[in-house]
Design a protein around this ligand. Sequence first.
Ligand code: SF4
Length: 216
Amino acid sequence: MQIKKSLRKIIYSNPLANSLYKKYRIYRYDKVELQSVVIYANSFCNAECSFCDVPKVSEEDGTASGIARPLLGAPLYMSTELFEQIISDRLVNSGKPKFINFLMTEPLLSKNLAEMLRIAKNNGHTTKVTTNGYLLSKRAEEIASYVDYLQISIDALQPLHDKIRGKGFFERAINGLKEIKKISDYSAPTNQDNNLKFLISNELNLTKQFGVKNYE
Ligand code: SF4
């Protein structure tokens, strides 16, 4: 580690070495083949999950941590124009399909989500949306034909789930699951490890009720 640091110091202090190093890095990046792209479709959330860094972002104090760091100073929503730029970037538009993952913060809050998903699909990519499910009933129909994988976060049964995410989130997520099930066959919940066996085996039984295929 110390050797790396010292080497960098020497390189950065020498203009010729610095310029050669930059060229080397560009050459390295050119060789990189992206597999997946994580999209932050918006910079705020309608939930206040106790474990998450997103609700703790403070623009006033200029503080953010973990996965929420890119949110500091970011616009509320990603515009369709910016998404189009991302999709046409040479790293994404390399001829090989990518996994376009709408992971953050809560994608269903973005009015242009269906449009961005459609653009991704039209460019041959695979799409995934990860949601807390609160707005899923409302938006299921609009997005269903452009989503390859849908991940709905379910942490536990209602009392604990709502304690973690906020009042009413469990019911809304389950209603969303029912709605998407009417339209399509793909739906999968997430949950925290300690609740996994519990969720599979108890009376909620998402597999039996909704044909849920994967638990992560
Ligand atoms: S729904 Fe997701 S982004 Fe929103 S607070 Fe919960 S974990 Fe964080």
